[in-house]
Write a protein that binds this ligand. Structure first.
Ligand SMILES: NC(=O)c1ccc[n+]([C@@H]2O[C@H](COP(=O)([O-])OP(=O)(O)OC[C@H]3O[C@@H](n4cnc5c(N)ncnc54)[C@H](O)[C@@H]3O)[C@@H](O)[C@H]2O)c1
Length: 281
């Protein structure tokens, strides 16, 4: 039992950012299977439209840039107009992950990372929460990362963005507590998508987009504040600040925690970095 009013997914409207591929697309499929209507937004608008067509009549695809509040508002308006029902669930999933040594990364890429991963999430919440609070019902899922709990070499600014999302989610969850609206952070470990492609993560726990999708859909029932996938990785992450730094150093070396710098396939990684515009500086 939760303190939130139940949210029946049958016919509910779920809007998902960054849904043309990867975790967002798997999440769209899972919500459709649960009976919901789904609006998929993505920077690649044509791809979002194409995959939504393939998903069937309860799905719609839209162009969306989460870094542009006007674009985000237009996406939400189009979703509501298309499906004829207010937004019940927002999944803030769009994200980018430039990698490399901190001192070698450009300010442009730093700002893009924070714009998409942090301000994109803030904008989405600002746009949907007032109406959800007014209706006394709604659910927001922010797809953060275990990189929002555990620092990794080669991902400093990405780490910063995901730590921010974890904090943002926890604080807004408290503010929404008595309104009937829940806010959840889902914290995936490594996931087999283009975002992590070309980085050999070795023994780090790696899961499939469908595993994250299940956790996102499951959060509508449990309304838990934080959900790590896999769950044991969340338990491990929670203990890392307690481990003495020298001992942690040995563990980090054993698991190749510098993979995002030292274990990179330039051809595969280059294709991803080109797609997110993080290759040019
Ligand atoms: N793949 C992983 O290992 C992993 C691990 C932990 C957390 N995550 C998080 O999961 C989320 C989804 O990642 P993924 O692995 O599916 O990545 P992905 O690259 O496969 O898909 C991300 C989608 O977001 C879209 N997008 C990017 N910028 C956008 C913008 N400004 N506006 C709208 N859409 C935009 C892209 O076009 C793409 O379709 C991200 O927030 C990511 O940080 C991923």
């Amino acid at each position: 039992m939760t303190r939130y009013p139940p949210l029946d997914l049958d016919g509910a409207l779920v809007v998902i950012t960054g849904a043309a591929r990867g975790i967002g697309l798997a999440t769209a499929r899972a919500f459709l299977e649960a009976g919901a209507r789904v609006a998929l937004g993505d920077l690649d608008g044509p791809l979002a439209e194409q995959v939504a067509d393939d998903l069937g009549p309860r799905a719609s695809g839209h162009g969306l840039d989460v870094t542009d509040a006007g674009s985000f508002a237009a996406f939400l308006d189009a979703a509501v107009a298309t499906h004829g029902t207010p937004v019940d669930v927002l999944v803030n999933n769009a994200g980018i992950m430039p990698n490399g040594a901190f001192v070698e990364q450009s300010e442009r890429v730093d700002r893009a990372t924070m714009d998409v991963n942090v301000f994109g999430v803030i904008t989405g919440m600002r746009l949907v929460l007032p109406e959800m609070v007014e209706r006394g019902r709604g659910h927001v899922v922010n797809v953060a990362s275990l990189a929002g709990k555990v620092p990794l070499r080669g991902l400093a600014v990405y780490n910063a963005s995901k730590f921010a999302v974890v904090g943002l989610t926890a604080a807004t969850r408290l503010e929404m507590e008595s309104s009937g609206v829940s806010v959840t952070a889902v914290l995936p470990s490594a996931v087999r998508t283009e975002l992590s492609s070309g980085i050999d993560l070795g023994v780090l726990p790696t899961v499939d987009p469908e595993d994250i999708a299940r956790a996102v859909v499951g959060s509508v029932r449990t309304r838990r504040g934080e959900i790590a996938v896999p769950s044991y990785a969340g338990a491990l992450a929670a203990t890392t600040p307690l481990v003495p730094e020298r001992l942690m150093g040995l563990v980090r070396r054993a698991v190749h925690d510098d993979a995002a710098i030292a274990r990179v396939d330039p051809a595969v990684r280059g294709a991803y970095l080109r797609r997110i515009g993080a290759d040019a500086d």
